[in-house]
Design a binder for this molecule. Structure first.
Ligand code: UDP
Ligand code: MG
Length: 327
């Protein structure tokens, strides 16, 4: 069977309120896309939804063989869902987008144009974000800048999510990266190739609630930082050096106090020094723990996701990646 020109990869977690509208928008869009003709596929990943998402998707896929479904055995998370889609999408260009229509299909047209010009990755930068709380916007802005400051070498685009087009060479390269705690947008930046941005205004979620509550957002941010930077570990060294310098000055001062005979005073100083020292140590042990925990997860070498059920998909290719060593 011929490979499609365009694959859309759409992760879905409890998105029953969105499906009908998503289907309508996708059909409208794909019907009027002369750039790819009829040569497209949409890979939906059902990330362990507890609602009607899977039966509704199946119903659509029965009459449209280009709608393909991967259904996880449980919720493995957004990044795992994207990974699964990228592992199985066959298009010459693969576009990852959210199900909630915050990544409008119409932007894909601009992405295809840039791809046809010879770019390998076309990522969408959010010029404006509608319908998101100021808290989400502010923390996102802060996070991208913090991450960029920690990275040095590779540059992860600021204010871009996972909405992006990738050429097949990038997709095949990405398949070789099997790390457990995944920060896909960083990994795509890391692989290199020719990358360009298109800007768009991000509309509000079409219906339903965000599937990224604060707790998941924090985990995601920690994954992003720890998978690309060891700056937090190095903080221990700097903290150690600066507290060493402070300790020397305090020692001099304490010695002078001793000579002047004021030795009984100083309870406040000791309390501050002890609590500050304890805090710094626990913080650094925590950071160390984050990295050690990730090493532990990594050595277990568990699969990144488990597919419980699939529909309309070709069997997985024997060699899925162009980098994977022969087994
Ligand atoms: N999603 C997923 N698994 C999860 C959480 C989210 O597949 O555990 C999907 C979700 O269905 C949506 C996309 O990831 O298609 C982005 O989620 P959401 O729109 O809730 O995030 P936000 O736009 O609020 O950051
Ligand atoms: Mg959303």
């Amino acid at each position: 069977m011929q490979r499609p020109v365009l694959s859309l990869v759409i992760p879905m977690f409890n998105e029953e309120l969105i499906i009908a509208e998503l289907d309508r928008r996708l059909r409208d869009f794909l019907a009027e896309l002369p750039e790819v003709g009829a040569s497209w596929e949409v890979v939906f990943i059902n990330d362990g939804s507890a609602d009607q998402t899977l039966p509704m998707l199946k119903q659509l896929a029965v009459s449209e063989p280009r709608y393909k479904i991967l259904s996880f055995s449980r919720n493995f998370g957004h990044q795992a869902a994207i990974t699964a889609g990228v592992d199985r999408a066959e298009g010459d260009a693969v576009v990852v987008m959210d199900a909630d229509l915050q990544d409008p299909p119409e932007v894909v047209r601009a992405m295809i144009a840039r791809w046809r010009e010879g770019n390998d990755v076309v990522y969408a930068v959010r010029a404006k974000r509608h319908g998101e709380t100021w808290f989400k916007r502010a923390t996102a802005a802060l996070f991208y800048r913090l991450l960029r400051a920690m990275l040095g070498g590779i540059s992860i685009p600021v204010d871009a999510g996972d909405f992006r087009l990738m050429s097949r060479p990038v997709v095949l390269t990405l398949r070789a990266l099997r790390e457990q705690h995944r920060f896909v947008r960083g990994m795509v930046a890391w692989v290199g190739f020719k990358q360009v941005a298109v800007t768009y205004e991000r509309p509000a979620r079409f219906a339903g609630e965000t599937k990224y509550p604060l707790k998941k957002m924090i985990r995601f941010a920690v994954d992003g930082i720890t998978s690309f930077s060891t700056v937090p570990l190095r903080m221990a060294t700097w903290l150690g050096v600066s507290s060493g310098l402070i300790a020397i000055s305090v020692a001099v001062w304490a010695f002078i106090e001793r000579i002047l005979g004021h030795v009984v005073q100083g309870w406040t100083t000791i309390m501050i020094a002890v609590s500050f020292g304890t805090c710094a140590q626990l913080l650094m042990i925590g950071i160390l723990g984050e990295y050690v925990g990730r090493i532990y997860e990594e050595v277990k070498r568990r699969p990144l996701y488990i597919v419980g059920e699939e529909l309309n998909l070709a069997p997985p290719a024997a060699v899925t990646s162009r980098l994977s060593p022969p087994v």
